[in-house]
Ligand binder design. Structure first.
Ligand code: DGL
Length: 260
């Protein structure tokens, strides 16, 4: 019975290709696991939609995994969907270990020397109650400058390099002065799983002294902890990855070839 449960796949979803940045870290941490990655590309992007829309899509994706693929764990590889829906997914699937992603504000507060931190995320994530509570809990430790990066996830999704570069430049500049001097932003939180795929453009705009923080590694370590605690770790040496998309899968396959 336990062996069968351990052999089942882990479901990972995002609105599109962004969650591949989390899947990459998951595969490095858990090479023996079988993963099914779902890009909800027919309904992307999530970041500028209302909360009800994102909740509905998160539920539909979880249902597809639970009913259609009998997953043993779920990773919500999307900050926007985690902020809107993870509490509902957990309440509706009490037996299923569920891991979400949230912007790395706490690691940023620990890492920053100037105490000035820029947060790049979707409008939906920044407007959520979950993000508000996280920011409020760290208020005394750092100053967070928030930037809703409208259109950036979509530009990355469409592999539009020119637009991605221009938006990174625009959003980073709008955050204010960057660097290691007093009053300057020295740490940037990539609060959307698409943004690590634009990190060279963000870095080019911010300068080399600024530290970029993403969430793949902590999420994969947390996934390992939950699998271990519920006796679901797969003992095989090499797992498989299956890629699915609700829309065209051409972009997903190309992105997976490039980034995984
Ligand atoms: N990748 C998602 C996130 O982490 C959202 C991108 C989008 O669909 O707007 O927030």
């Amino acid at each position: 019975m336990r062996a069968t449960l351990a052999a089942r796949p882990i479901g990972v979803f995002d609105s599109g290709v962004g969650g591949l940045s989390i899947l990459k870290a998951l595969r490095a941490e858990l090479p023996g696991e079988n993963f099914i990655y779902l890009a909800d590309s027919a309904f992307a992007p999530y970041g500028e939609r209302d909360e009800g829309y994102v909740i509905e899509r998160a539920r539909a994706n979880a249902r597809q995994f639970v009913v259609g693929h009998r997953i043993k764990a779920l990773v919500v590889a999307c900050n926007t969907a985690t902020a809107a829906a993870i509490h509902l997914l957990r309440a509706e699937n009490p037996q299923l270990p569920i891991v979400g992603v949230e912007p790395a504000l706490s690691p940023a507060a620990a890492a920053s020397r100037t105490g000035q931190i820029g947060v790049l995320a979707t409008r939906g994530t920044l407007a959520s109650a979950k993000f508000g509570a996280l920011q409020a809990s760290l208020q005394s430790r750092a100053r967070f400058v928030l930037m809703a990066c409208d259109g950036l996830a979509e530009a990355i999704e469409n592999d539009d390099t020119g637009k991605t570069e221009a938006l990174c430049e625009q959003f980073v500049r709008a955050l204010g002065p960057m660097g290691s001097q007093e009053g300057q932003i020295d740490t940037l939180v990539l609060g959307c799983t698409h943004y690590p795929f634009a990190s060279r453009h963000i870095e080019a705009a911010a300068g080399s002294t600024v530290t970029l923080l993403e969430t793949g590694e902590p999420v994969s370590r947390q996934t390992r902890r939950l699998l271990d605690a519920s006796d679901r770790l797969n003992a095989q040496t090499q797992g498989k990855v299956q890629l699915l998309a609700t829309g065209s899968d051409a972009g997903l396959l190309a992105a997976a070839r490039r980034w995984l």
